[in-house]
Every structure is written in structure tokens, then in C-alpha cells.
Ligand binder design. Structure first.
Ligand SMILES: [Zn+2]
Length: 139
């Protein structure tokens, strides 16, 4: 499948009742995570309840978008349409300054220069008329 307006060929994220606030934030270029009003735990990805205490009393916290690379893979081979055009690419675990760990591609700059502990900043790219996907760029 290809998104006509963007040429994006990878699977498009599914927006549901729980995640729709996150995706609205992404459209504005804002990185939102959930924060539990009961225990203070912050979490990503969006869930209907707190992963620590199971409370359903959650609020949304706008993050700075700043984070640190916890780990990553550098992929040189992938034959799937949509992926092979972006080789080599970096898929990483990013520890946000606000706490939660998120997964995303690191784009911009040379993939071989990505390092554990490197500072990165959130960026959002439109992949369809409704979806703006989280990525990170080296700071
Ligand atoms: Zn909690």
C-alpha cells in the first residue's frame, strides 16, 4: 500500500480510542506520554490503564522531545517495499528526558554515527494526511 500524498509504503499506524490523543498531539508536533494521577508513573505507548498500579486515572503530559539513545540497530538489509528504499536505517530505543522509553527511527545525519548515549530530539514526519510519525534526529 502506498499513501498517494506522501509516497509512504510501510504499514500505517492504527488510531484507536486510547491512542487518538497521542496522534492529535503528533499532528501538532507535540510528543505526548501518559502520566498516572494515582502513582505518577509515566508511560509510552498509550494504554487504557497505568502499567504500574492499574489505575485508569491517566492524564497526558507534553514532553520536551529531548532524549538519549538507550540502544539501537543499524539495518543494512531489508527487502520489504518501503523499508529497502531507506537502507541503511537506524531503529532505536530512546529514553525521553521525562522518563518513558520509546522506539523510533533516528533520521538525519549518518546512520554509522549513531551511538548509545547520544542526545536526540523528536521530529515528526507526515506519512499520510492524518498520521505524523515520531522520529528522532541527532542534536
Ligand atoms: Zn499508576
Amino acid at each position: 500500500m502506498t499513501t498517494p500524498s506522501t509516497g509512504y509504503r510501510k504499514p500505517i499506524p492504527y488510531v484507536d480510542e486510547v491512542s487518538k490523543t497521542y496522534w492529535k498531539g503528533a499532528q501538532r508536533g507535540e510528543l505526548l506520554v501518559q502520566q498516572c494521577k494515582g502513582c505518577g508513573q509515566r508511560q509510552f505507548y498509550p494504554r487504557p490503564l497505568c502499567a504500574k498500579c492499574w489505575s485508569t486515572d491517566l492524564e497526558w503530559l507534553r514532553c520536551s522531545g529531548q532524549g538519549t539513545v538507550h540502544s539501537f540497530t543499524l539495518t543494512y538489509q531489508n527487502g520489504q517495499p518501503g523499508f529497502r528504499e531507506e537502507l541503511p536505517y537506524v531503529f532505536a530505543l530512546i529514553d525521553l528526558d521525562e522518563g518513558p522509553r520509546v522506539t523510533a527511527n533516528i533520521v538525519g545525519g549518518k546512520p554509522e554515527q549513531v551511538k548509545i548515549g547520544m542526545r536526540v530530539s523528536a521530529a515528526f514526519d507526515w506519512i499520510s494526511p492524518e498520521i505524523r510519525l515520531l522520529r528522532f534526529r541527532p542534536v
